[in-house]
Design a protein around this ligand. Sequence first.
Ligand code: GCU
Length: 678
Amino acid sequence: MSRAEEFHPAWLPPEAFGPVGARRTLVLGDGPLAGTVREEVARAEDRYGGGASGPPYDLVLAVAGSGPLPDTAEAVVAECGPIGAEGFVAGRRDGVTVVLADDPAGLLYGFFHVVRLGERAFTGAFGPQAHRPAARLRVLDHWDNVDVHPVMGQVERGYAGGSIFWRDGAARGDLARVRAYGRLLAACGVNAITVNNVNVHATEARLPTERLDDVAAIAAALRPYGVRVHLAVAFSAPVDPGGLPTADPLDNDVRAWWAGVTAQVYAAIPDFGGYLVKADSEGQPGPFTYGRGHADGANMLAAALEPHGGVVRWRAFVYDHRQDWRDRSTDRARAAYDHFVPLDGRFSRNVILQVKHGPIDFQPREPVSPLFAAMPETRLALELQVTQEYTGQQRHVCHLAPMWSEVLRFEPEGPGGPDVATLVTGDPASSGESGGLAGVSNVGDDHYWTGHPLAQANLYAFGRLAWTPRTDSAAILDEWIGLTFAASRDLAALRRELHAIMDGSWRTYERYTSPLGVGFMVRPGDHYGPDVDGYEYTPWGTYHHADRDGVGVDRTRATGTGFTGQYPRPWSEVYESLERCPDELLLFFHHVPYGHVLRDGTTVIQHIYDTHFAGVEEVVAARSRWEGLAGAVDPDLHARVSTLFDEQLRCAREWRDQINTYFYRKSGVPDAHGRRIH
Ligand code: GCU
């Protein structure tokens, strides 16, 4: 594509619309979302020569009840029952492809389904098959600041340039990019975003009051794509900017203040989604100040939102960040469970408790949070980090869908029990009162949206997994490749190479960084690159406890922090047992001597050396595969990724050398293969 275009089309290049654009299409439905589908179809037809002023049609896209259907479409309708919100039925017979929805949002998702299928949508016969989103809420949380924060910048943990919404204390004004973003989100199934950071600073605390016009403008740009806007709010807002003497959630004036502000928000944005709150966490204000609990705080905001149909997402990321490193009884991994499980059943129905996938903080490898098995009376949402704070910061290729799939398929109550996907999405046919999936967005104003062009695949995969959480992650990557590189002359070869580079990239990243689930050997502050002891003697509760004899955190009940006891059986026993604990989580749960033997027969220290050498070799191999793709992809994109691969390799070597050297010097055990360790 030409550099003259302001931003990369990501997974919606014009060529992806070729098969639809060459057909004769009928669109039936009313309202802005159906209008969006009409525009999409018209644009594709203009480019690819399709279009029809009357029958016969190749493609019928219809909202049920919006007009007389051609016979084939009628036959498909007759075969399917109610479809439900945002869902659609797709089928093909007698040479006609039919997509039917109960509402215009379903029509839009059905349209993008046809785009994804490409020529397959117009080949042979299939279906009719119903497609429904597993989760009602599929939201991306932008950690964007309106003002540039002195330490965190415009986007906290942002690795893709500035915010697409805000610049230097103001709304950016030009919403073309926001509209294009909404379109990309609709095409992968995301239906909500939060436009500001969970750490709510002074300017951003004013978004629901003095800055509402800016938020309403963003909401208007996203509405045609079925994407609703949420706001992260400051719990202390009744005091500042509100001017009240307190933000006590049980105070009547405070409750009235939130009710009034919320009514104003809905007056400006009728389809507003709700509030996101980080309370009493890492210095953010919360109900503890007033001697109240998380349920008091969340329910107070829920009461303000309830009349308007909004939800409050309350984050479970609460822990003591002023810990003494000498204190081995306090365990950050325990904190969310200890705070929230006693509150199960006490949250209002429109409160969603948003839980990070692991008990610590988005590390490359963590066990699944024990909260998912412990709060049956609470709507739980799974929070994933699409922005790669601890997984290469969009300078390294680290395709996260395989990790997320593992999390979603984990059965917290034991094999045969519900998996995480079920626990956060519920039964789609039921009340829809599940929590859903939330992702910390990786998007910025970078030309490629995500800094690393291949990190677009993480954004795409988040949306697709939120819609169908059990889809095979390689199949999702395959879809992304097919759409993004639809213009490729040799898509099959490109597909093969990209799979080889990306499928295993998370495990490669894991190999050259922190070993065996121990985590947090990153540089304090920016969290990029290695610093083994960087966090070891800090108050943050992120320790590895390496000494001359061994490494790892003893979280057992027998001799450690007791964290293993937060899991039900069998996991409480599996994790407790040195023999049964999965190797990849060994150092998360156990402190072991360097000579401890893993399942494959290698010692822990040798495993550390081996994986770190192997991880770097894998980066070398991936980089050379990418070099082989020169000429097969757009030259600018190729050059960008090549430059990033140079940095990834430099950084992987730095990790290898720092980790290997550190553990060699601590343990005094040489590498069995005599490789160079400093
Ligand atoms: C991480 C991250 C912070 C962020 C926090 C959160 O700790 O480093 O920048 O604020 O997560 O999820 O709230």
